[in-house]
Design a protein around this ligand. Sequence first.
Ligand code: AMP
Ligand code: MG
Length: 420
Amino acid sequence: MNKIAEVVSCLDGYDPNALHVDKAREAIRACLTPVADRERVATRAALGRVLAEDVVPGFDVPAHDNSAMDGYALRAADLHRDGDTRLEEIGTALAGRPYKGKVGAGECVRVMTGAVMPAGTDTVVIQEVVRIEGDSIVVPAGQKRGQNTRAAGEDLKTGVAVLKAGHAIGPSELGLISSLGMAEVSVRRRLRVAFFSTGDELASVGTPLGEGQLYDSNRYTLYGMLSRLGVEVRDMGVVRDDPVQLEAAFASAAANADAIVTSGGVSVGEADYTKQTMAKLGEVLFWTIAMRPGRPMAFGRIGNAALFGLPGNPVAVMVTFYQFVRDALLQLAGRSDDFTIPLLRVISSQPIRKVPGRTEYQRGVLFRDGGEWKVKITGQQGSGVLRSMSEANCFIVLEHERGNVDAGALVQVQLFDGLA
Ligand code: AMP
Ligand code: MG
């Protein structure tokens, strides 16, 4: 494992005191190694997990050419180009009950959707267009060879990996894996993430609020965001601004988790012991990121655990989590598919004030204005106004170089819905 300081010093334009968000992402990405442990789990239990092996079909799905419609399987070569064709119906094939014989010239077989194409046939004509005359059918002109059939291997081909290691398993993957008859699958071990809040001003929910205190809400937003990512969470509550308690908390977290997420105590000029303890126990970089909200953030490693020291302000915690920690944890969990949160462009219904030189994540409401989707900002955008997150349904991502936004201009948004 490269030393963190060495890795970041190799990055072009790395400046810890005015770090571009892209550069921070790049630095984090370069320093992480995914967990390697794997386990076999029952297919159902793999939902939300990360595949540890390629899934390679040992047979075609579907296994045979089959009919896509109810109708008649026939040989395209028998059909007259310019007029009706009379064919003798010699049997029936149902889904799961193939026709055993071979179909010769001038013959056809009644087929139902999903039935294996009888030997000799290559085309299905739907029942609605044929005329039945005793044991024969009359097929009108205009049929195309191969129509209304599904080819063997059309869904999955023998030997061609359908899912790569690192792919997240969702409902469709459960289905794909099952269509190969696999009752279990190899997945990466679930990532273990320990988290706690720091600050003497914090009171835990369920205890009385002392003078000058506020309730620890970051514990709950972090719990929510981490749980949605499907990681195993270790909630360590509030840790007091005391070197002994902080040291014990970091040491215990590092011993038991793959990643540690803390909130508070990482601002420039912060008087408390959080930064000191991080620096003492691990290899930690203290960043001022050119972003709003956010700015201060610590990143590094304590023991074998990746450390993310987030700012204390409730909105800043959520923004830095979604912009940095989420992707980092997915990477650590072994994801190799593209899990970037999409940036969509929509019209801003109002002017937005923006200072060039930092990336802003304003809280936005995407709404329908007649036939068109537009975005507006929620009211107050202070980093302590957690209500702004709850009122919003997206981040409006205003790029580093950008200045004020005019009403009617396009802005980038990231939807909250679907965020994991
Ligand atoms: P800090 O980054 O430690 O300077 O914290 C900035 C501000 O965020 C503090 O003054 C608190 O008002 C607030 N804050 C810090 N930690 C929490 C927390 N766990 N829950 C809610 N607010 C917090
Ligand atoms: Mg503080």
